[in-house]
Design a protein around this ligand. Structure first.
Ligand code: HAM
Length: 422
């Protein structure tokens, strides 16, 4: 019997995993400079959290969740995204009581959605996301967007497009909702069944429909931007002003609605424009969710964040032919000749590694020539040769693989020699 990996998941093997580690390290470093702290929440939560948080009418909740009953019959769901869990924890652990506000958090971890797998779309994928809770300052919207852009830019991506929109506050959204219903209702029979149920549940999402994208009523649909009240308009203008101040180019797209229910005010997506990038071009999505904490039983708290998947980020790097500066060398390979040297090498590599050096030796009884080949494969900076002669003198014959020069170095001096010369 043989087993295969489940559809829509992947094994990330050595050779590939270094890229993930590099991206994750860069994301952590950026969060460090912006003072976002890591939060780790469980991989599974009570299903009700996502039903309420992400929204009953969303595709995620209606058809994409991995939901099961546990042994006590409780409905459990593998997290499809990180915002609901982060806000749950913020409320449950009373992070709002901390005098240092806003609470700025980030996470990196797997998310699960039962979607049709295709390039850039997985059933298990890793999101890096940030959430800033407790501030209603448009400067934090610009900060969150800038943070996402800095990660992409730091990794070398150039073909990026930032699209922003405002979904307004509750009052603006209500007025827009009514206008949308009035616009679509007379001809809703011409739309797909999903849109027909969206008409009353969440008419905004009709604008997001892939099937009815070309229907003539789409182009003439009332724009949210015409329904923003003065406060929402002023807020959106401030966000744009701050993005301009940070020299971050953007486009306003009044049809950008986002697929999750919790958004209001600022919504944004970052796409890749790179030629050859797959059909799915959205790299990152986020926005403001001022009612979410309250919706899940917490105090009224404004919030904004984004999430991006590492899978799509790596695909964008590949589309732009960017190679990450990943270290592939080792410091020293210990080559041995004879049984006594072989035995001594066991403790020698242990000592070198304890001193923080990246060191390897042979474990297959290879001939000396093959050991040198292995050292080359590892891109060793130095090779330390240990034979009976060297053992007697308590030295290694140390070869600098870049210059080819060789000298005897006392074994008890080897650590400091390597530290000084690497
Ligand atoms: P989302 O738009 O559903 O938003 O997902 C955000 C990002 O996750 C997408 O732009 C994409 O990079 C990645 N993503 C989503 N689904 C998949 C998939 N099946 N395979 C690979 N990558 C995927 C959210 O999840 C919100 N929680 C974002 C947010 C945080 N809003 C406020 N705070």
């Amino acid at each position: 019997m043989s087993f295969q990996i489940p559809r829509g998941t992947q094994d990330i093997l050595p050779g590939e995993v270094e890229k993930w580690q590099y991206v994750e390290k860069t994301a952590r470093e950026i969060c460090d400079t912006y003072l976002y702290k890591e939060i780790r929440t469980p991989i599974f939560e009570h299903t009700e959290l996502f039903a309420r948080g992400v929204g009953e009418s969303t595709d995620i909740v209606q058809k994409e969740m991995y939901t099961f009953l546990d042994r006590k019959g409780r409905s459990i769901t593998l997290r499809p995204e990180g915002t609901a869990s982060t806000v749950r924890s913020f409320v449950e652990k009373k992070l709002y009581a901390n005098p240092a506000q806003p609470t700025k958090l980030y996470y990196i971890g797997p998310m699960f959605r039962y979607e049709r797998p295709q390039s850039g779309r997985f059933r298990q994928f890793v999101q890096f996301g940030v959430e800033a809770l407790g501030s209603n300052d448009p400067a934090i919207d610009a900060e969150v967007i800038s943070l996402a852009m800095s990660l992409y830019q730091k990794l070398g991506l150039q073909s990026l497009k930032l699209v922003i929109n405002s979904l307004g506050d509750a009052e603006s959204r209500k007025a827009h909702r009514e206008a949308l219903i009035a616009h679509f209702e007379p001809r809703i029979g011409e739309f797909c069944s999903d849109c027909q149920s969206r008409l009353r549940q969440n008419p905004l999402r009709i604008l997001d429909c892939k099937k009815d994208r070309d229907h003539e009523l789409m182009a003439t649909a009332p724009s949210i931007l015409h329904y923003l009240n003065e406060e929402s308009k002023a807020y959106f203008e401030k966000v744009q002003q701050y993005l301009e101040a940070n020299n971050i180019p953007f486009e306003v797209d009044q049809n950008l609605v986002r697929g999750l229910d919790y958004y209001n005010h600022t919504a944004f997506e970052i796409m890749s424009n790179a030629e050859g990038f797959g059909a799915i071009t959205t790299l990152c999505g986020g926005g403001r969710y001022n009612g979410l904490a309250q919706e899940i039983g917490g105090p009224e708290t404004p919030g904004i964040g984004f999430a991006l998947s590492i899978e799509r980020l790596l695909a964008a790097l590949e589309a732009e032919n960017i190679t990450l500066p990943i270290e592939t060398t080792i410091d020293c390979y210990v080559v041995t000749m004879g049984d006594a040297a072989k035995d001594r090498a066991v403790s020698l590599v242990y000592e070198l590694r304890n001193a923080g050096l990246k060191v390897e030796k042979d474990y297959e009884d290879k001939k000396m020539k093959a050991q040198f080949k292995a050292a080359d494969r590892h891109h060793a900076k130095y090779v330390a040769v240990l034979g009976d002669d060297e053992l007697e003198k308590n030295v290694v014959a140390l070869k600098n693989m870049e210059t080819g020069s060789q000298e005897d170095v006392a074994i008890d001096q080897l650590i400091s020699y390597l530290h000084q010369n690497i």
